[in-house]
Design a binder for this molecule. Structure first.
Ligand SMILES: [Zn+2]
Length: 655
């Protein structure tokens, strides 16, 4: 390890143009340097290097980064080795701080497990597709189950041969130690393959690394477990992973909805029916960490279950946790004796998708009906049902939703609304009294796996967040406003563009929703509070890779749009894009900041109004008390007034 101070020195001293020039001939063009991209084949240069910003970006293939990233990418060095390379070049002495024994061990263990898993995955794929046994047993089985070739590829399915040491032999021949293979859960203590004669489903983490496997038995031999999963390892913790999330995450964001099914094959079947936004928990009931994972992409979950008794009971159990975490939960019951896999085989894709849409029902109402049909006229059971429902309703974080369901429950259970209402309130108060526990949950979900949704349903607001950051990074240190004292001839007050923007947003309690953007925003805020200045460089080299990536990306935008260079070019281009022509260059920054904030607030308000309308619709549909509706109506009224005044301001400018 290199100590932090030395790391910083290396980064401060390294000259990006000098370093990249050792590998790529660069030519000066305007304030930047350009050359032929070393990462993709091209005839005209689209690889840009900015000396002042310390970053590079290729507008052909999109590769971008700082000087350290360049060495990592081009020379295939690790982060630390890239720093060492620079230290040698610039003759900086490195003080190494040794990792503790434990740190080395953990790091080595994780790395060796990842490598072993990668090797195993390649081996299983090779066996499935290119050996006689793999084809006749494995592929044949998958074919019989109706799984398409492209799905087999997308999910990286493989096969482990029937010879009990086939994998072990191949791995040891490649130099893997038996101990590592055992630790990875690939072979057992006797060095026999754990996945023998099984179809192997790799399990990916969010960044696409294989961290474990789930093996499904092919034979009908009931004496062998149907599934064998990698045991818990340093890499593989079932409660932190969801099957299919890596493949589904984009579709979940796009649809703002996530289907939750039970098994691996169900996920595959859903994909095959073109319902890509589907995940499964790995044979466990849902955990808080898994919910937090989903929440990063959407708040809307649709749970698919078999409509037999066992399926329904299973559905009931996991879902309270989802509600408690503020998720909107719907349920789709499949025809009896069917799971998504088997059901999808009986109908066409179109019918399947229609079925899902048509049979989607609200979870709490569903739960009510199940309890009711169970209880029939049994008063004890009815009382039990009522307690249970009150419990579920009390978990909902939103007041209007609670009122809607109290009403619904009162109708169906034929119990006074007030009675249920009181019961719910008692439970709420009780839960508040147990605050420490709640706090604990919050800390867990916010620190390791954040709970705020990364994407809210309006795409444009995320775009606005991005735009605000871009302006902060590009023009934040420019002076926005200055007060000059004529008699003393000094500046008595000076506000930068960044301070103006941030003060305005904080005034309105506006918070970014995209977690990475939010983090960048907070770092900038801290820097301003401490130094009244945004330190671009520390952001470009931020230890959090996501932060540095976003910042580099945002900083690269200007010289893409303003090919002819110059800030004023970029600014006026920006205004042309949104249809405004400004005469004077000095007015540009003021106008840009004003526009930016107005448009951002406009979008946020639009969303808020839509949310309120949804709630009113819901309240009206179940005809709950007018007071709830009145409250929301008042809110919409207020919001509409503000939005109108903003629209007015925007119109004034857009002449
Ligand atoms: Zn390129």
């Amino acid at each position: 390890m290199i100590d932090k101070v030395t790391q910083q020195r290396i980064i401060d001293i390294a000259q990006i143009v000098e370093v990249i020039s050792e590998f790529v001939p660069l030519k000066k063009r305007g304030s930047n340097y350009v050359g032929l991209c070393p990462f993709h084949k091209e005839k005209t240069p689209s690889f840009h290097v900015s000396e002042s910003k310390g970053i590079y970006k290729c507008f052909g293939c999109g590769k971008s980064g700082n000087v350290v990233n360049f060495l990592m990418d081009y020379e295939k060095l690790s982060y630390i080795d890239a720093l060492r390379w620079l230290a040698t070049k610039y003759r900086i002495e490195i003080k190494e701080i040794p990792l503790t024994e434990e740190e080395i061990q953990r790091k080595n263990e994780r790395e060796s497990l990842l490598i072993a898993n990668k090797f195993a995955h390649d081996f299983f794929i090779q066996q499935l597709n290119h050996t006689d046994e793999g084809k006749s047993v494995g592929l044949n089985y998958l074919e019989q189950r109706g799984i398409r070739k492209d799905i087999i590829q997308t999910f990286g399915l493989g096969y482990c041969p029937s010879n009990h040491t086939a994998f072990f032999d191949a791995a040891t021949k490649k130099g893997f130690k038996a101990e590592v293979l055992q630790k990875a859960g690939l072979v057992n203590k006797g060095n026999y393959d754990n996945f023998t004669s099984r179809i192997v489903f790799p399990i990916y983490n969010l960044s696409g690394n294989v961290v474990g496997f789930s093996g499904r038995r092919i034979s009908n031999d009931e004496s062998i477990a149907k599934y064998y999963n990698t045991p818990e390892t340093e890499l593989f913790q079932k409660g932190h992973l969801l099957y299919g999330l890596f493949q589904a995450k984009r579709a979940i964001t796009e649809n703002d909805q996530c289907y939750l099914v039970e098994g691996n094959l169900d996920v595959l079947a859903m994909h095959q029916m073109n319902v890509i936004n589907t995940v499964a928990s790995l044979g466990t009931s849902l955990t808080l960490d898994q919910i937090a994972l989903i929440k990063r992409f959407t708040k809307n979950v649709v749970v698919l279950y078999d409509s037999d008794k066992a399926g329904i009971n299973a559905a009931m159990r996991g879902i309270d946790l989802l509600l408690q975490e503020g998720m909107n939960v719907k349920i789709v019951l499949l025809p009896e004796k069917h799971d998504p896999d088997s059901f999808s085989k009986t109908i066409t894709q179109q019918e399947f998708i229609q079925y899902l849409k048509k049979n989607e029902q609200d979870f709490i109402v569903f739960k009510l009906r199940v309890f009711l049909s169970d209880a029939k006229n049994d008063p004890v059971k009815r009382a039990q049902a009522y307690k249970n429902i009150a419990q579920t309703i009390s978990l909902l974080p939103d007041k209007v939703f609670r009122a809607v369901y109290v009403k619904e429950a009162s109708k169906l259970l034929n119990i006074e609304e007030q009675t249920i209402h009181d019961e719910v309130n008692t439970l709420l108060v009780k839960r508040l009294a147990q605050k420490p526990i709640q706090q604990k949950i919050e800390i867990r979900t916010t620190s390791s796996t954040p709970t705020l949704p990364a994407y809210i349903d309006d795409f444009y607001v995320e775009e606005m967040e991005k735009e605000i950051l871009r302006i902060l990074l590009s023009y934040g240190n420019n002076i926005f406003y200055q007060e000059y004292d004529e008699t003393t001839e000094t500046v008595v007050k000076s506000i930068s563009v960044a301070e103006a923007i941030i003060n305005d947003l904080l005034n309105d309690d506006l918070e970014f929703k995209n977690l990475v953007y939010k983090q960048v925003f907070q770092i900038i805020q801290q820097q301003l509070a401490e130094y009244h200045y945004i330190d671009e460089k520390s952001l470009i080299y931020h230890e959090n890779q996501q932060v540095s990536e976003i910042v580099i990306d945002l900083l690269s935008i200007p010289y893409y749009q303003g090919k002819r260079q110059g800030k004023s070019d970029e600014l006026s281009n920006y205004f042309k894009r949104i249809g405004i022509y400004v005469k004077n260059e000095n007015d540009l920054l003021h106008e840009i900041v004003r526009q930016l904030l107005l448009r951002y607030k406009h979008k946020v308000l639009e969303i808020a109004i839509r949310e309120s309308q949804k709630k009113i619709q819901m309240a009206q549909d179940s005809s709950i008390e007018d007071s709830y509706i009145d409250e929301e109506l008042k809110r919409i009224h207020d919001l509409t007034q503000i939005i109108q005044s903003i629209a007015g301001h925007l119109n004034l400018v857009v002449r």
